[in-house]
Each structure stands twice: as C-alpha cells, then as structure tokens.
Design a binder for this molecule. Structure first.
Ligand code: FAD
Length: 386
C-alpha cells in the first residue's frame, strides 16, 4: 500500500514501535497521547528475544544492547534462599539467536522517542472516532480533529477505543495479585549481577534482574483481594510484613528500595477478544491483549503487533482492509495464546489452587534447566521473526 496517513492513539511501547516501523516504511504518521508528560508506568521490563528482534529489525539493536542488562543466568530460590534451579541462559540465546534484555523503562521509552522521527502530540485525549469508506477521524477532548486512512488504537489496558472496535465494553480482569516494582543500585549482597533471581514461596515472588547503570530492576508479587490501597510511606512496612522470614537478600532489598520511587499496582489482563479491527481502526498492544506479567511478554507482543501490521501494509497491493484482516488473523492467534498462557502461569504462581502451586515449587526443584529453556524458546520462536 502506498501513501497512507496513519493516526496512532497512545505513545506507549506499542504506539511508538508502530510509529517507528510505519515511518521507516514511508508512511505519514501522527502520534497522540493524552498525558502532559510521557512517563512510563513501571520501573523496568524484561524484553525477551522476540521483542528485541523487532528492535533489531528497526535498526535499534545496538541502542538496545547499550541500555539492556546482561542476564546470563536465571535462578529460582526458595523463600529461605536455597537454590531450586539455576538455569544458564546462554544456550537459549544460541537457540533463538538473540539475547533477552532487562531494561529500565525510562531508558527504553527515551530510545523509542529518539528513534521516532516526529513529535508526539501530548495533551490530546482521544474521545471518539468516526469513519466512512474513505477515511477515519480521531476526535480529541480539546476540540482537535485529525483525519487519516488508518487509525491505530494503542491506548493501553483501559482502552477507550477497544469499546468502539468491539461494539461492547470489555473490562480488564483482575489477576488477583499486587505487584511492587522499582530500581535499586546493584549489589552482590542482593543478587549476582549477571543473574535474574526469583525467590518463590507462600504464593509470592521477590525478584531482581540487572539493567544498565549498575542497577537491578526488582519486583514483589503478593496475592491480595482487589481494592487494597496503600501509599509510599507504608510500602516498606507492607513488604516487611508480607516477606517476613524470607532470605536476607529479600530483607536487604526491602530496606534499600526507595518507596517514593516504587510503583504498586494491581495486575490486570484483557481478553482474548474476538476482534482487533473495525473498518479502518486497528487495536494494538495492551488495548487488545494486556497480559499478566508472568511470561514477560506483554510489551514484546505490542512490539510484534507494530512490525506485523506494517509488514502486511507494505506487502499487499490489494487493499488496506485486506492488510488489516491479515493482521487481525495473525495477531489474534498469537496474542490470545500468550494471554492465556500468562494467565494460567499467574494463577499457578499465585496460588489460585494451592496444590498446583506446591507442585510447581516441586517441579522447579526437579526440572532440567534444558526444559525451562525449551519452554521459553517455544514462546519466543512462535513470534514473527525467527
Ligand atoms: P501503554 O504502555 O499502556 O500505553 C498506552 C498509552 O496510551 C499511554 O501513554 C496512555 O497515556 C495513552 N492513552 C490512553 N488512553 C488514551 C486516549 N484516550 N487518548 C490518548 N492517549 C491515550 N511486558 C514485557 O514484555 N516484559 C515484561 O517483563 C513486562 N513486565 C511487566 C510488569 C508489570 C508490573 C506490568 C504491569 C506489565 C509488564 N509488561 C511486560 C507488559 C507491558 O508493560 C505492556 O504490555 C506494555 O507496556 C503495553 O504497551 P502499550 O503501548 O500497548 O500500552
């Protein structure tokens, strides 16, 4: 397809990646976001090799390597600190052809913003769309309107445009646990600097992984009913209570984190949904398939969406509608599988059925590292760039 103007709503990982891919393909792009200042939600993210390959394809591989942490091992430990499994990730890299990179979200966002050859229009909250057979128009709260050939709704887990595309409201589902996350200076009394460590027990997790700048991205997960509220001055006390009796590195982490730079959120996911496209409007990223962060794939899927959509637009001369149908069929299958797999894993990790969680702890101790690598490789290699 030639000479398209694409309007993107949302400048998160998904909207920005799509914007970069579409501009590189020669399309005209406008990106809008409702916020006054773009600040990523969350401190870090682990980009598995399928996400990194999308960045490689967009020419950002070297920049990604400069901000990514070097993660050579993955270690599961009991809450007391005994090693359950120690997995060398280097054979995985050999198998899939690219390192995974844990990364601070501000670094990733900065890299994507610099790579997007245009300006993101901030303080533009999209409140409606209209379309006919020739064009689509986004309407903003501030009175602005813009018309294009295609509109990408990358407006996140609480997407307004999802309701438009589906013709009904689909509420995010609560994953039944709360996540705290942030960054701390890396130090050997917390974890080895080349390892992703995950302490598990009591249906909870405490974890750290290396990112650039000699820092660890950390997170804690605790199953809690929906609607618990807290504020930064209470985070340390909350975590101390939830992780009482856990190993010394976990206690050190709780003492060392800055509660005022720590995020606390209830985890939600979306879908699988029936469709991703209505006419000239395509859902992308969390708007279509927010995913429990128990596979580390939500952001990677948003990146894959942007690349795949661009490729379908570029490689057909039939029509844009045809490209969108192909995009929908392709991405619905891939992302539905990931959403369901991550939800199942979240339930297993967080004690939905306690005996299954107990079995998982046992399995972690007995499992061959090659099997763990195999399971991760399977998800990675089901992506568009093998
Ligand atoms: P978002 O990043 O939510 O961006 C949506 C944007 O749209 C926002 O900027 C918002 O301001 C804007 N917007 C919303 N509504 C409007 C509107 N009406 N008008 C204009 N703008 C609007 N993924 C991984 O791959 N690996 C991980 O390790 C990982 N860890 C995670 C850990 C946690 C705790 C969580 C919560 C998620 C994690 N994810 C991970 C998932 C990943 O963060 C998301 O999948 C990804 O950020 C989704 O990007 P997005 O662009 O689709 O949405």
């Amino acid at each position: 397809m030639y000479n398209l103007k694409v309007v993107i709503i949302g400048a998160g990982i998904g909207g920005l990646t799509a914007g970069i891919a579409l501009r590189q393909a020669g399309y005209e792009v406008e990106i809008y976001d409702r916020v006054k200042e773009l600040r990523p939600a969350g401190a870090g993210i682990s980009l598995w090799s399928n996400g990194v390959k999308v960045l490689n394809r967009l020419g950002l591989g070297e920049k990604m390597a400069a901000i990514g942490g070097l993660m050579d091992r993955m270690q599961y430990l009991t809450l007391k600190g005994d090693v359950l499994n120690d997995i060398d990730l280097r054979p995985l890299v050999e198998e899939v052809g690219q390192r995974p990179y844990p990364v601070a979200r501000t670094d990733l966002q900065q890299m994507l913003l610099e790579a997007y050859p245009g300006e993101v229009k901030l303080e533009h909250k999209c409140i409606a769309v209209e379309q006919d057979e020739n064009s689509v128009t986004a309407i903003f709260e501030n009175g602005h309107r813009t018309t294009g050939d295609l509109l990408i709704a990358a407006d996140g887990v609480r997407s307004l445009l999802r309701t438009y595309v589906l013709g009904q409201e689909v509420q995010p589902k609560y994953g039944h646990y709360v996540n705290w996350n942030g960054l701390v200076p890396a130090s050997e009394d917390l974890a080895a600097k080349n390892s992703w460590v995950i302490f598990v027990g009591e249906h909870k997790r405490a974890s750290m992984m290396p990112v650039s700048g000699d820092r660890f991205y950390f997170f804690f997960d605790v199953p809690l009913p929906k609607g618990t509220v807290s504020s930064p001055e209470h985070y340390r006390a909350e975590l101390t209570e939830h992780f009482q009796g856990w190993a010394q590195p976990v206690q050190n982490l709780i003492q060392r984190l800055d509660p005022y730079k720590t995020n606390r959120l209830e985890i939600h996911d979306v879908g699988p949904i029936d469709r991703m496209v209505r006419g000239r409007v395509a859902l992308l990223g969390d708007a279509a398939h927010a995913t429990c962060p128990d596979l580390g794939q939500g952001g990677c899927q948003a990146m894959e969406d942007g690349l795949v959509l661009t490729q379908y637009l570029l490689t057909t001369n039939i029509s844009m509608e045809y490209a969108l149908k192909r995009y929908e069929a392709d991405r619905k299958e891939r992302t539905s599988a990931v959403v369901e797999k991550a939800r199942k894993r979240a339930e297993m990790i967080h004690g939905k059925e306690p005996e299954i969680t107990q079995k998982w702890y046992q399995q972690l101790a007995e499992e061959e590292p090659a099997d763990v690598r195999g399971a991760i490789a399977k998800v990675i290699l089901a992506g568009p760039l093998r």
